[in-house]
Design a protein around this ligand. Sequence first.
Ligand code: SAM
Ligand code: SF4
Length: 326
Amino acid sequence: MKDQYHRTINYLRISITDRCNLRCIYCMPESGVSFMPHSEILTYEQMIRLVKLCVGQGIRKVRVTGGEPLVRKGVVSFLKNLCDIQGLEEVTLTTNGVLLRELAQDLGQCGISRINVSMDTLKPERFKRITRRDLFTQVWEGIEAAVSAGLHPIKINVVAMKGVNDDEVLDFARLTQNKPYHIRFIELMPGAETNSWESQAFLSSKEILDQISTLGPIQRVSSSALDGPSQRYILEGAQGEIGVIGAMSHHFCGTCNRLRLTADGHLRGCLFSDRETDLKTALRQGQDDHQLTELIQKTILEKPKDHGMGPTNRRKCTRTMNGIGG
Ligand code: SAM
Ligand code: SF4
């Protein structure tokens, strides 16, 4: 289905939990996080029902995210059930990798197309500072286990931050020369806390690309209809790819193809707009498929034109990033 700005909406991100086993500095506070009560979180059956209705409205790709999706019990069976939905072409997962080592084999066999693992540094000490947990080795072993389980190419999400990990942009880019990893640099977006470090730490996709081009010629790779907003590149002779997601500096809203379902059953047209449709209440009231479909269509039609932000104009929405799913 198209929205009122003629964008084809074919990609749904589902946050299956707001809980997480890390506390990344840009996403969650160190302590005092209040999580959604379990009773407010949609069951997997409710999520599957909503996904089927969304597929009826043109959704072709689903990404399962969180919080940390692998902490929710039964996630592998849920992914398997998603993969069985007729008309859905891609099911993918974004994870912090902490539980990947033990789940990689099952994930490799459940039918999902790909995984993204978030990893902002190649240095264990720095990993501890960014995520507030000493789990670098566990995550790295998880990535290797995922490769062995056939889940390649692995995409590695790197939130690029000045004064935090900007000195590793080239190290990550060099990784793609010898390994088939796809590194995706994400611009820092407004997160849980309104701290001034965020605007000072902002590193634009242009600055990232300028650094990478010192390594040699880079070529643009064309995107497919289901791709997200990442601009893709390849270093000459490299095995892997580099992507940059200019969430703040580059307006990709004009081609945004996404909807987002929160763990407590609210459907959003935009990461940064608080306008949501409450599908959970509709489900609990026993509304039928036709009524739920009307609510999904309404959300698509009301999808905002853009997030209205830039590097110097940053604002936050009421929900935190772990609550929406990034
Ligand atoms: N826990 C999983 C993970 O970290 O991959 C999935 C959820 S997380 C919210 C999804 C993505 O959002 C991750 O790649 C994370 O790095 C990114 N993210 C979270 N907060 C962000 C922020 N303030 N700016 C940019 N990216 C952010
Ligand atoms: Fe957890 Fe992902 Fe947020 Fe980090 S970015 S705190 S891993 S939800």
